[in-house]
Design a protein around this ligand. Structure first.
Ligand code: HEM
Length: 490
């Protein structure tokens, strides 16, 4: 028998209980109470190679977490900054081939996030060539490491639902392709791991290491930290894969939404450009620094734009927790609720971050709001974050989680996102693409055509947002880059 019970902003379904919540007070308790844990059995589908930081609990989790934290050491962050700037410059060159029309900003932003990860994890440079071609000089592999990475990330669904033993036996193209990439990726990882272990003394004294080197050294021996228990090679590979997965769509989707929001809100875009000009001036990109320039931009309006994007379009749908014993939780009104053991909790990020009682909406008439499909893009207002964002324990907004499992990639993601947007907006503006049809329908009046295109984009920023593995704009909504200092403008 199933029963549904609503408690405040939380819903409980009994008979294998599931409790959905977007109440910040309840969320905070779920992230921090000792009786509440990650439901590891549910998350094991991520364990393609072996257990990872995301799929273990207790002491085992602490050990994984210590090991992966070595990967985010201080020497990594300047490399993230430099690699993100470099990759954005090469992406602008790539976009020039399409006359600066970018059909699906999300796709390119996910790709750039993957390129940055490949640089940080493996010191390998991915380029913008089409992916599926086999370009390897080594007979043991069917594709290069960048191609194997990309193919795996594009076929995550196939990888998760197909048992490994079946993957290579199914005669269909997506399975064959995924299997080849899986085999190649595994072998590349094993080879790279073996090389690090061969030279572990040398690697462990290097000032700047790749993420892979840091994790292999920390997790395979107790050279760096005697309190760390070595991990199996399957878990080393698993953690590398898990971090690549956790780090690329999240940052990529957020950047994709940020580009669209800036195209829809040109005033905000102007403010970012003003700030970028003030902070970076005319200095060459090689002089831009993570210590001063990144910090100024992250604390300023550009950081506020990213925080507001994460509020309205957070890429994580929800996170799971479960309680190992009966638990009393208190909602935002102070009411208590006793939750039976083994309840599955789903903390809904999108609902928590758009609850109108916490987040006042922009003053727009209800008729206009209805006409624009109640799109959350209408409520984009970065200014609210300019002075308040640095509060570390914000009770109502926690885009990188709370408690022990707070995102270890937070600094990396923020540096990468600021670097990409600063590099783009320093020399280019982002616009929505006005089609010939719309222009014609508006009697060649550019102002009316622009308004119509904007309204349509705002609607689509509600209607076309989809939840797959993450929340993303899966349909094309094109933008165009226009040189900021170009004379010609319609
Ligand atoms: C905008 C970008 C990102 C967002 C919004 C984000 C968000 C989050 C959130 C909310 C969690 C907590 C999940 C929970 O409580 O169960 C998390 C965990 C995690 N994130 Fe991120 N993340 C981002 C980027 C990254 C990057 C770049 C990496 C690494 C390269 C990364 C690696 C991880 C890992 C490994 C965990 C699991 C930590 C654990 O279970 O101890 N994330 N992330």
């Amino acid at each position: 028998m199933a029963a549904v019970l609503l408690i405040g902003t939380a819903a409980v379904i009994a008979g294998g209980n599931i409790l959905w919540t977007c109440d910040p007070a309840i969320a905070k308790q779920l992230f921090t109470l000792h009786t509440v844990q990650v439901p590891v059995d549910l998350i094991r589908f991520h364990d393609i190679w072996g257990p990872t930081v995301g799929s273990v609990e207790g002491q085992e989790w602490k050990n994984h977490r210590k090991i992966i934290n070595y990967g985010f050491g201080p020497s990594t962050l300047p490399i993230v900054w430099e690699e993100s700037i470099h990759q954005t410059e090469t992406l602008i060159d790539r976009w020039a081939r399409d006359e600066f029309v970018v059909k699906s900003p999300r796709t390119w932003m996910s790709r750039i996030a993957l390129h940055v990860i490949a640089g940080i994890f493996f010191d390998t440079r991915m380029d913008w060539k089409d992916t599926e071609s086999s370009n390897t000089n080594n007979d043991s592999y069917t594709s290069s490491l960048p191609n194997a990475i990309l193919t795996i990330m594009l076929h995550l669904g196939v990888l998760f639902v197909t048992p490994r033993w079946l993957l290579g036996k199914l005669p269909f193209e997506p399975f064959q392709k995924t299997n080849k990439a899986f085999v190649d990726f595994t072998n590349y990882m094993l080879e790279l791991r073996a090389k690090v272990l061969e030279k572990s003394d040398e690697v462990s004294t290097k000032r700047s290491r790749t993420m892979l080197e840091s994790i292999v050294v920390a997790g395979s021996t107790n050279l760096s930290d005697p309190t760390v228990q070595p991990l199996s090679k399957e878990s080393i590979l698993g953690n590398i894969f898990f971090m690549m997965m956790a780090g690329h769509e999240t940052a990529g989707n957020t950047l994709g939404f940020a580009l669209l929001l800036l195209a829809v809100h040109p005033d905000s875009q102007n403010q970012v450009q003003q700030e970028v000009d003030d902070v970076l001036g005319e200095r060459p990109k090689s002089d831009w620094s993570v210590e001063t320039d990144y910090r100024a931009l992250q604390k300023g309006y550009l950081g506020a734009v990213l925080t507001e994007t994460l509020r309205l379009y957070h890429p994580v749908q929800f996170v799971w927790r479960t309680n190992v014993a009966e638990t009393t939780v208190y909602d935002s009104t102070g009411d208590s609720h006793v939750v039976p053991a083994n309840t599955l909790f789903c903390v809904n990020f999108a609902a928590a971050f758009s609850n109108p009682s916490t987040w006042p909406q922009a003053k727009i008439s209800s008729a206009k709001r209805a006409d624009l499909h109640f799109s959350r893009a209408l409520d984009f207002n970065p200014t609210k974050w300019v002075h308040t964002r640095e509060v570390t324990d914000n009770p109502t907004h926690w885009p990188f989680g709370q408690g022990g499992r707070t995102c270890p990639g937070k600094a990396m993601a923020q540096i990468e996102m600021v670097a990409v947007l600063a590099t783009l907006l320093k020399n280019y503006s982002i616009e929505l693409v006005i089609t010939e049809d719309v222009l014609k329908a508006c009697g060649d009046d550019h102002r009316i055509a622009r308004e119509r295109t904007r309204d349509d984009a705002i609607r689509r920023l509600e209607d076309d947002v989809e939840a797959n593995l993450t929340i993303a704009m899966l349909k094309d909504l094109p933008i165009r880059l226009r040189g900021r200092f170009d004379e010609t403008s319609p």
